[in-house]
Design a protein around this ligand. Structure first.
Ligand code: PLP
Length: 389
């Protein structure tokens, strides 16, 4: 076997090839000098540090978010953890919303305090109170982490007011997994670093797990050192699938935005439904913020049934179209009964404190499903149980 690989003659391929390699070779000592020592020539070195397919999708992600630079990670959680480990040090104080994604809260409450970080948590249910809590800590805090919309209630945050209250030097990170561009452009509103679980809408096929951080070059370079060192990276094939998915992001978002409004309006008009949480409905407590910040409201709808947990389970069991599963942004519609799935370990008290009654259902619309079929399915499931009651 020769040590040289064959040279690719098809350099006019419209789509760049997918690089799947753990390491990159140098031709001779001069090549090492140029590629590694002086960096006068771009050259790969080792698969944990870089990969041309990552770089290509990272450039596209920067374009999408209007960022100077982006990094790809093995998961949304890997992007979050790398950001916090990079940006925080012992003695720092941070703020996060009580409604943040459960595992992000776990990082703040069970990992960061081990390294001397002090955590303040406030609810975003009342956006004014959230801003006031941050203003009260002005001068003390290093970083505010935001997430919007939150799950399951789709609460929003007045990001510009948070920036103003926190002051210009505080780092603002924002988890935009539920509201990727084109629905929301976090970096236009004073956010320093936008984080995504690209497992969701960005990849949009329910077939890969990955994460993204986008922001100013200077911040991203700091995160890069941590990624290079600690290794929460993905492979070329996952980067290829994400790159391919980005071509259809706008199409997919347009479709679920339209489906979301239609299904939310249907649910709101159904007598068995107590409340619907969807940013596009005027009844959503943060509808005004939605109009201010969002260009579309996505495909996730949470609704509360006027039913016990058992009755709600019977409705969910009767649904034919959605899979009973946790995720969103995938081609398939997914349904979860919140107190059975995400919050099954929570006590009654905890459920009351987070405002999730036993009749809560989260529906994540899949763009491959027909919206009429979804509504028909909901109708048969809801009317059947109503008839029995
Ligand atoms: N942020 C939000 C809002 C999420 O819903 C999730 C996952 O469900 C994550 C972050 C973590 O992303 P991943 O599952 O890609 O690690």
């Amino acid at each position: 076997m020769t040590k040289h690989r064959s040279t690719d003659a098809y350099t006019n391929s419209i789509e760049a090839p997918t690089y799947q390699s753990a390491s990159y070779y140098f031709n001779n000592a001069d090549h090492v000098k140029a590629g590694l020592h002086d960096r006068s020539e771009p050259a790969g070195r080792y698969g944990r540090y870089s990969n041309p397919t990552w770089i290509e999708v990272e450039n596209k992600l920067s374009e999408l978010s209007g960022a100077e630079s982006s990094l790809l990670f093995a998961s949304g959680m890997a992007a979050h953890v790398t950001a916090f480990l990079t940006l925080l040090e012992a003695g720092d104080e941070v703020v996060l919303p009580s409604e943040s994604y459960r595992q992000v809260r776990n990082v703040f409450h069970h990992i960061l305090p081990k390294f001397g970080v002090k955590v303040h948590e406030f609810s975003i249910r009342d956006p004014d109170a959230f801003v006031a809590n941050i203003a009260a800590l002005r001068g003390k805090i290093k970083l505010v982490h935001l997430e919007m919309p939150s799950s399951p209630h789709m609460y929003l945050i007045d990001v510009a007011r948070v920036r103003e209250a926190a002051g210009p030097d505080v780092l603002l990170t924002l988890d935009s997994s539920f509201s990727p561009p084109p629905n929301f452009h976090a970096l236009r509103h004073g956010v320093d670093l936008v984080l995504f679980s690209a497992t969701k809408y960005l990849s949009g096929h329910g077939d890969i797990v990955c994460g993204v951080a986008s922001g100013r070059e200077e911040l991203i370079e700091k995160l890069r050192w941590y990624r290079d060192t600690t290794g929460p990276i993905t492979d070329g094939n996952t980067a290829f699938l994400l790159r391919r998915s980005l071509y259809t992001l706008q199409l997919r978002m347009d479709r679920v935005n339209a489906m979301g409004l239609e299904v939310a309006r249907y649910l709101e008009g159904h007598p068995a439904v107590d409340r619907v949480y969807y940013n596009g409905l005027e009844s959503h407590p943060h509808h005004k913020l939605a109009q201010q910040y969002l260009n579309g409201f996505g495909g996730v709808i949470t609704f509360e049934l006027k039913m016990t947990e058992e009755q709600t389970a019977a409705v969910v069991d009767r649904l034919q179209v959605p899979f009973m599963a946790s995720n969103f942004g995938a081609p398939h519609t997914l349904v979860e009964q919140s107190t059975f799935f995400t919050y099954f370990e929570y006590s009654e008290e905890e459920l009351v404190s987070i405002g999730v009654p036993r009749g809560t259902v989260r529906l994540a619309l899949g763009y491959s499903n027909d919206v009429t079929a979804i509504i028909k399915d909901l109708d048969q499931a809801l009317s059947h149980v109503q008839g029995q009651a």
